[in-house]
Design a protein around this ligand. Structure first.
Ligand code: SOE
Length: 390
């Protein structure tokens, strides 16, 4: 198999990011399977056609049900809003297609398990879109932890801070509606931090959280929302609707290996546009990452000579670092879109090697279990073990 024919459902923010990744792969990772950008799918024919032309897809289809059963498609890429994930993924699996699905995998744990079961039953490859794993600096963090370079892990401190809904007049976009999004900051941003923690530290054992919806009613959207809806403008005269998701969710965690965690996800942190950050402290050192400085990892080792002790800044785009060979000479930085290219490269590699890509639906389900355990802990005002849900 040298080419894989992709049908992509959704053509907004993530559709653009995925399209860019598919386009970049043959140029920067030429030795692996080549994604053929066969069909782009969405409901609005006019908007879809514009996206098809701009992103470079061969054809367009407005009915996802037709797309998933087509003989000339091998992989279905789902980046439609979260409430559409389950039905599409299960139909795609039943049609024998490989599946890429954006995060959070589903609206709830039960749905995510159904999706995993369908994919496993069909024997297809499945992947979930935790793209931040694929920043070279995060891959370096993984290597340092796995090689024992920071020793036994004591702490994981992660937060994902944004500020795009601080204005109370910001409209009630789909990400603020529970029936479409599943949850608010928790599932949208917290899911990335949970995945990062699982990737770097290991499985969660128990959690306790708290959350708040600071602005409870917002104007209904009156204008088209653009690529992502993140820069939409409110109309103060518009009728108002109820916000049904959390604006911020924070929780404490104990990991199975004994490490302690604290995780914060909020869209109410003025000045923070996309601060996806973590710090890990271990018996032999610490590491710090902040997505707004995506190429850097700060590292501290207790066994450094006494006179040079301190955090040092590693630029993770040089020769020993993940994916660096594919891109530019040492120190020539890369960015957000590269995390998607690396993620799709992992999918192409997995297909070529006939193995499941990582992260896959199993990781999507585990993340969903932690999200749901936090929600349960908030509702019942107590610590909840992840095992209570499985
Ligand atoms: C909006 O909060 C958003 O685009 C998320 O949906 C993404 O998952 C995150 O990577 C960036 O912020």
């Amino acid at each position: 198999m040298s080419t894989i024919r992709v049908g992509m459902i959704g053509y907004k923010f993530m559709g653009k990011a995925h399209s860019n990744a598919y386009r970049a792969l043959p140029m920067f990772f030429p030795k692996v399977i080549r994604p053929q950008m066969a069909v782009i799918c969405g409901r609005d024919a006019a908007g879809l056609e514009l996206a098809r032309e701009q992103f470079g897809w061969e054809s367009a289809e407005t009915d996802w049900r037709k797309l998933v059963t087509r003989d000339d498609i091998d992989l279905i890429d789902i980046n439609a809003p979260s409430d559409a994930h389950k039905e599409i993924a299960i139909a795609a699996a039943e049609a024998g297609k490989h599946i890429f699905c954006e995060k959070p995998l589903a609206l709830n744990l039960a749905d995510s398990i159904e999706m995993l079961n369908a994919a496993e039953k069909a024997g297809v490859k499945h992947m979930v879109g935790f793209n931040y794993r694929f920043a070279p600096a995060v891959q370096l963090a993984k290597k340092l932890v796995a090689d024992g370079r920071i020793g036994e892990i004591y702490h994981f401190r992660g937060f994902f801070l944004q500020d795009w809904i601080v204005d109370p007049q910001f409209p009630l976009v789909w990400r603020l509606q529970k029936e479409i999004a599943g949850s608010g900051s928790h599932g949208d941003l917290g899911a990335h931090v949970i995945d990062m923690a699982r990737f770097l530290v290991g499985e969660f054992q128990e959690v306790i959280g708290m959350s708040e919806t600071f602005v409870k009613e917002r104007p209904l959207p009156t204008a088209t929302l653009g690529l992502s809806g993140l820069s939409a403008k409110g109309d103060t005269d518009a009728p108002r609707g109820q916000v049904t998701v959390d604006d911020a969710t924070l929780f404490l965690a104990r990991f199975a290996n004994g490490a302690l965690g604290s995780i914060e996800a909020t869209r109410f942190a003025p000045g923070h546009r996309c601060t996806n950050s973590f710090e890990i402290n271990g018996s032999k050192g610490s590491i710090k990452f902040d997505f707004e400085r995506v190429n850097e990892l700060e590292v501290y080792f207790t066994d450094d000579a006494a006179d040079v002790q301190g955090f040092r800044r590693v630029i993770a785009t040089d020769a020993p670092h993940a994916y660096s060979e594919a891109w530019w000479p040492a120190g020539h930085t890369i960015g957000y879109e590269h995390t998607f290219t690396h993620e799709m490269h992992e999918f192409m590699l997995a297909l070529a090697e006939d193995r499941q890509p990582v992260p896959n639906f199993v990781d999507g389900v585990e993340c969903q279990a932690v999200l749901e355990a936090v929600d349960k802990s908030i509702a019942e005002r107590r610590w909840v073990a992840i095992s209570e849900l499985r």
